[in-house]
Design a protein. Structure first.
Lengths: 74, 512
């Protein structure tokens, strides 16, 4: 219990007493994660198979169709 | 038949290459610097001297900047797997999923726990636990790199799996075979030692700047000694791991090795090109010479490839047209078998849907017998089994050349510092600063050799690149390419700017 208290206070004090640089880095991390997950992932990077097919069977049917019917001519 | 949109394939490849190259600007410094910080922290723990504490704190701060800006840049690659490379992701099955899941869990626990202790733990936790945290961060970040490298090695040498035609996925049969395949072991060790070289070059380069400015002289000299010793040991080991990697490539990806060496016609007792220029316009099957000029180390390629000075090393022509004398099958032969495998897969599916168990069993047998060549069934012509030779050849030789340069560089850095002459070697100090960039160039070139050299495969001999992409709108891929280019460039500029500012501030001279 004592260990847990010391451990959490390490984090709390650490975050409270961060340097200006440290705060700026956290800001960069948060902006970056926001762009990645709230913009890129949400609007530009949907999972192709999950979006277009509802079951694993449909997904495997699609892949087998691609593998056996695609024509590769450069 | 559906036509493949090669513009889409090329943009998808460009996008993946861009994100991977940018991601790799951040990763090696984290891996290399983490150990250097742990060494310095240990010296402080052992000696209790304030100067080592200051040193540890300074390099830890630069490590923190690089870590913060680079963290999660690899996640974009995972987005791309799901969006742009869905055929590939599905086909790879759990082989990719399992290692990446382990990486995510390990990274989360180690990074959120011990990095916090490392940064916040000064005077808050015992010195012993604090230094242990630095080591755990170093080991944790290095081990978390293991899993993605294992997944990459598996693509280059797919082992420990079985193809399931019902799910159309490659399923892991033997985790240990995947983890401990020679390709995975060599790749892991080679990439890691390369990261240690970059970490060492960074420490020496930044310290060189302090010496040129005549600031923090003692700090800089001590940092150079640590960087030079770690860098020298790492660069020597890099030769060993590089030799192991090339030997493995000869066994598992002979076409890549032939491209690395620009070797068209196989030879017994083949020499290794030390320096050379390829003949422009040279193509497989023509009569042109391979090189404008080439200085070769006699028999070294045979020894490197098969540990036998007189062994036959197949060239591009042998691999395309076959070589009966040396038991090498032609690409045409493999294409025929591959087409049988693809047709059997289609027949198996039809038979299963029609509940025709006899035809399903026959098709499955044919598929299994020819599965190792299935990728060749997708090739439009035999020449498309050849990777871009020029890019692979020059990247490989530049990387190797830089690797040997680093050994000499670290020896000089160590000797000059131990003789206390480093501060007056202005030319060398300037070279040390530029060598940071050379470290990154060598590292990126290594990935170019690995990834361009394995074309046309995303999964060696099983799945070509153009069968791996999703059917997307090319415009969206182009848009996201430029978005990533902008995002990563901003991040890189931010990193360099913040890093330079902190370097200019220098280490804090705290008193005990």
């Amino acid at each position: 219990m004592n260990f847990l208290k010391r451990f959490t206070s390490l984090y709390i004090d650490g975050f409270k007493n961060q340097s200006k640089l440290s705060r700026r880095l956290w800001l960069i991390i948060l902006i970056k994660l926001f762009i990645m997950f709230a913009i890129l992932k949400l609007f530009l990077f949907p999972n192709f198979l999950n979006t277009n097919f509802s079951s694993d069977e449909e997904k495997s049917d699609h892949i087998i169709n691609v593998l056996t019917n695609k024509k590769s001519e450069k | 038949m559906n036509e493949i949109d090669f513009t889409l394939v090329d943009w998808s490849r460009a996008q993946f290459a861009l994100t991977a190259i940018y991601h790799w600007f951040f990763v090696p410094l984290t891996l290399g610097l983490s150990f250097i910080v742990a060494f310095m922290h240990t010296i402080y723990y052992k000696t209790g001297k304030q100067e080592w504490k200051n040193m540890t704190k300074f390099w830890m701060k630069l490590f923190g900047i690089n870590f913060a800006i680079g963290v999660a840049t690899g996640i974009i690659l995972e987005f791309e797997f799901g969006t742009n490379w869905s055929n590939y992701s599905w086909f790879m099955g759990d082989i990719f999923g399992a290692p990446l899941a382990i990486e995510a869990i390990m990274a989360f626990f180690l990074e959120s726990t011990f990095i916090a202790v490392m940064f916040f733990g000064w005077n808050r936790v015992s010195k012993k636990f604090h230094v242990l945290s630095s080591w755990l961060v170093a080991f944790g970040s290095n081990i978390s790199a293991l899993w993605i490298l294992v997944a990459n090695a598996w693509m280059q040498n797919p082992v420990g799996m079985r193809f399931n035609p019902d799910t159309v996925r490659n399923e892991m049969e033997n985790f240990w075979e995947v983890l401990l395949s020679p390709t995975a072991v060599h790749k892991f060790l080679h990439v890691l030692t390369n990261a240690y070289v970059i970490g060492s070059l960074f420490v020496i380069g930044v310290s060189a700047w302090f010496l040129l400015k005549n600031r923090h002289v003692i700090f800089a000299k001590k940092s150079i000694v640590i960087g030079a010793v770690f860098g020298l040991l790492s660069s020597l080991f890099l030769v060993v791991t590089g030799d192991g990697s090339a030997h493995d490539v000869a066994q598992t990806q002979p076409m890549k090795l032939a491209a690395m060496e620009g070797l068209y016609d196989g030879k017994e007792g083949a020499g290794l090109v030390a320096v050379g220029i390829l003949k422009p316009g040279k193509k497989a099957g023509d009569d042109k010479d391979e090189y404008v000029f080439a200085v070769k180390i006699p028999q070294a390629l045979s020894y490197l490839s098969y540990r036998d000075l007189n062994a036959f090393v197949p060239g591009i022509n042998d691999l395309i047209y076959g070589n009966k004398e040396h038991g090498i099958r032609s690409t045409e032969d493999r294409m025929e078998k591959g087409k049988i495998a693809v047709k059997s897969l289609a027949n198996y599916k039809k038979a299963k849907d029609a509940n025709d168990s006899k035809v399903a069993a026959e098709s499955l047998k044919l598929l299994e017998d020819n599965y190792k060549d299935i990728g060749y069934g997708f090739l439009p012509d035999k020449e498309s089994s050849v990777p871009p030779v020029g890019i692979t050849f020059y990247s490989f030789h530049l990387m190797v050349g830089l690797g040997f340069y680093f050994i000499i560089f670290f020896i000089l850095a160590l000797v000059y510092t131990l003789k206390d002459k480093i501060a007056v070697k202005k030319g060398f100090l300037k070279l040390a600063m530029w060598s940071i960039a050379l470290g990154y160039i060598a590292s990126e070139l290594g990935w170019v050799v690995a990834e361009v050299g394995r074309q046309p495969w995303t999964m060696q001999d099983i799945l070509p690149t153009w069968m791996s992409t999703s059917h997307l709108n090319t415009g969206t891929v182009v848009l996201t390419f430029w978005l990533f280019a902008a995002l990563f460039t901003i991040l890189l500029i931010a990193e360099i700017k913040i890093m330079l500012h902190q370097i200019k501030l220098g280490p804090k001279e705290e008193r005990s």
